[in-house]
Design a protein around this ligand. Structure first.
Ligand code: SF4
Length: 414
């Protein structure tokens, strides 16, 4: 795998985010809001909050493979091992008094003045935030979103817009500031630019060979998750886009000798990113695109209509939709990225972001005439993942790709 040199700038950008949160927590230089990954972050930034994203923190715990120590602490409090392992990892780490943010000088997660959720992705985020709300005795507010939408209607958008407007008085009281609508518009403009830049980065993988993979994307999406709406995220993605475009121009491959291309649907398996990335590289297979990395592309955001466009963006997301639009979306991605097959991750503790349980892999395989693979695993709980089984399944799947596309180059074994 050819490493991206932008990684140094990525580290600096993410470090800036965590240091700002650390300053706010210690010196009270700004109020702190916790926000779900696709929550109304633009509103929070416009009100002057430093914004912390616990899902990002949970992913860091998964990638560090420390989750296994933390989850049982929360299971012992009556939270089921079957619910979101992000939730149980994060709360378990808090109760254990440990965090990877120590590397950025923080002694713990920055305590929230308010927690703001959107249930567009799942109910777990609300339950997660309510645990901290009880602990710290601070407000927990949010948007209760409709789900499984076939079409996003004007009524749906009206309803969510009203709910976002309803958050403003509480947030103003916590922030001690009135919302400046021009500032909100500027933040939404910056957020839209972040979305466009991130999309441009991901789209470079439509070229053959792909200059980045899904596994690179899970790391480089950090600023799109935690810093959208800020210039520092946009500055970072200009650097990354330039590097990726240069790679396309030079024909530099993320996977040298790329023979096959895949699409990944579902959550990453954070504790096995490197192992899986190495395994696919062994088979000269580029996982060129994914629903997950695409989930931080928000084409609806519009500075001329900030709140309403935020509502629409939150409702048009893949995870909020029913099977039909999800299948149409994946079909479009299969064509755009010219992939040979689709890997569906059946994430044990995240049924919300697993599209394996109502027949979709079979339907898409039949309709598109390409193989699909369902990989059992979990976002953080590695008890649900078997290295041996994954290797056997992926090896068999690549053989299927070879049969389906005999002209493709031969598989390379270790
Ligand atoms: S979408 Fe899945 S992984 Fe994310 S918070 Fe909800 S249940 Fe957890």
């Amino acid at each position: 795998m050819t490493a991206l040199t932008s990684t140094a700038a990525l580290r600096e950008t993410m470090g800036g985010h965590f240091h700002a949160l650390g300053d706010a927590a210690v010196h009270k230089s700004a109020p702190i809001a916790w926000c779900t990954s696709v929550g109304p972050t633009e509103l929070l930034r416009a009100l002057g909050f430093e914004v912390f994203f616990p899902e990002n923190h949970a992913a860091m715990l998964g990638a560090a493979r420390t989750s296994q120590r933390y989850m049982p602490v929360v299971h012992a409090q009556g939270y089921s091992p079957d619910i979101c392992s992000y939730l149980t990892s994060d709360i378990g780490a808090y109760l254990t008094g440990e965090t990877p943010l120590e590397a950025y000088g923080l002694s713990g997660v920055p305590q929230a003045d308010v927690l703001v959720f959107n249930t567009n992705q799942c109910r777990d985020v609300r339950d997660w935030f309510e645990w901290y709300g009880r602990r710290w005795n601070v407000p927990v507010i949010g948007v209760r979103s409709p789900r499984a939408l076939e079409h996003v209607t004007t009524d749906d958008v009206d309803g969510v817009t009203k709910q976002i407007e309803g958050l403003i008085p509480v947030l103003e009281a916590v922030a001690g500031a009135r919302l400046d609508h021009r500032r909100l518009s500027d933040v939404v403009r910056a957020s839209r630019e972040c979305s466009d830049l991130w999309e441009a980065c991901l789209r470079t993988a439509a070229h053959r060979p792909a200059p980045l993979t899904f596994f690179d994307g899970t790391v480089h999406m950090g600023p799109a998750v935690v810093l959208r709406g800020t210039e520092s995220a946009n500055a970072y993605y200009r650097i990354l886009r330039a590097e990726l475009e240069a790679r396309v121009g030079a024909g530099t491959a993320a996977i040298p000798g790329e023979a096959y291309r895949l699409y990944w649907d579902g959550m990453p398996i954070w504790g096995r990113l490197r192992a899986l990335s190495t395994l696919f590289e062994e088979f000269r297979t580029a996982v060129a695109a994914s629903t997950y990395c695409n989930s931080w592309i928000f084409p609806a955001l519009d500075p001329a209509e900030p709140l309403r466009s935020m509502a629409r963006a939150a409702l048009e997301l893949f995870i909020v939709r029913s099977e039909q639009p999800k299948e149409r979306y994946i079909e479009e991605m299969v064509a755009r990225y010219d992939v040979d097959g689709i890997v569906f991750h059946d994430c044990r503790t995240c049924p919300n972001n697993s599209n394996t349980r109502y027949g979709m892999p079979r339907r898409l395989a039949d309709r598109l005439g390409i193989p699909t693979l369902v990989l059992d695993g979990d976002v953080n709980d590695l008890r649900c993942f078997s290295d041996e089984q994954a290797r056997t399944n992926i090896e068999g799947f690549v053989e299927q790709l070879a049969d389906a596309r005999p002209a493709a180059t031969r598989r390379v074994t270790a």
